[in-house]
Write a protein of this length. Structure first.
Length: 319
């Protein structure tokens, strides 16, 4: 990300001069510090995003976005290229009962953000010729105690028999439609937003705040500023394993003391508005993380579920 940012700055004569002057005066370390400061700036991100439509989120690494509206029983398909979403088509669907899914057997289609984890041909003809598995329950669902399983996007009975006008929690399409859907998406790089009604749109300002906060969170973590780092976490924070804020803070105090010299990089950032019954400004942030310290090394996918309030995000759940 820093490399891409550096190249972007170098395309501007003014910024290029600034970078060169900083380098000549103070060296490459000062240049990196300047870039980090820009990445923490809401105004930088607002300028970068001003020509982009981020009303359904910001996606650096995604091919397909699906948006399901339970009230209108519609599924919209968007293709993504260079963080630009393009509407492809809209399909009629069948969904479950109103409200967010809480437990197995409540017959509700969950509200939230879900990846397609598998594309397969069902063995039972009732589910049609094709199905996609959604990642319910996700990390946020699990720490909130929600349960159940088997939430799919799938087809209709192959024998043509009538089915109920309401699903048991899945998103159901007729078979011609699901076959069309299969030609319009890349299921191995797809996210589904499921809302009770129209998804609450986000804005350039909100996405700019989130990105600036994300890089500030990363940078204070990298330099072992424990107080500011923990301030990003809600008092109601839960880690993926159920650990609360108090225990998490103690663990991080130990880690910061023993991994004082570390490097952290973030790539492939996706930010999705997270539909919820309270209509709070909740977002899911997913990215690929590189963590390199003396005692511990990690690289892999990471998730943050954050609440946006007063120009700052507060981390509710982390995986």
């Amino acid at each position: 990300m820093l490399k891409a940012f550096f190249l972007l700055l170098m395309t501007s004569y003014i910024y290029a001069n600034t970078i060169v002057d900083i380098y000549l005066d103070s060296g490459i370390g000062a240049v990196e510090k300047y870039i980090q400061t820009q990445l923490e700036s809401k105004s930088y991100w607002a300028d970068r995003l001003k020509e982009k439509d981020v009303s359904l989120g910001y996606y650096e690494k995604l091919d397909t976005l699906l948006v399901a509206n339970k009230k209108t029983k519609k599924l919209e398909v968007f293709n993504n290229a260079d963080t630009k979403l393009t509407h492809v088509t809209t399909y009629d669907v069948i969904v479950g009962k109103n409200g967010d899914k809480k437990e197995e057997g409540d017959l509700k289609t969950p509200l939230g953000v879900y990846e397609i984890t598998k594309r397969f041909t069902p063995s039972d003809q009732f589910y049609g010729p094709l199905a996609y598995v959604l990642s319910y329950p996700n990390t946020k669902d699990k720490v909130e105690g929600k349960n159940g399983y088997g939430i799919w996007i799938h087809g209709s009975p192959l024998d043509g028999s009538e089915r109920d006008p309401m699903s048991k929690g899945c998103i159901v399409m007729d078979n011609d439609t699901i076959n069309l859907l299969d030609t319009n998406i890349k299921s191995d790089s797809a996210i589904t937003l499921v809302g009770e009604d129209e998804i609450q749109k986000t804005t350039t300002e909100e996405i700019s705040i989130i990105l600036a906060n994300l890089y500030r969170w990363k940078n204070v973590w990298e330099v072992n500023n424990l107080t500011e780092y923990l301030a990003f976490y809600s008092d109601d924070f839960k880690r993926y394993n159920g650990m609360g804020k108090k225990a998490f803070s103690k663990m991080k105090q130990y880690v910061f003391a023993n991994d004082s010299d570390k490097t952290i990089k973030l790539e492939n950032i996706n930010i999705s508005p997270y539909p919820n019954e309270e209509n709070k400004k909740i977002f899911k942030i997913a990215f690929y993380e590189y963590y390199n310290a003396k005692r511990h090394k990690y690289q892999g996918n990471k998730e943050l579920y954050v609440l946006l309030e007063n120009d700052k995000f507060s981390i509710l759940v982390e995986k």
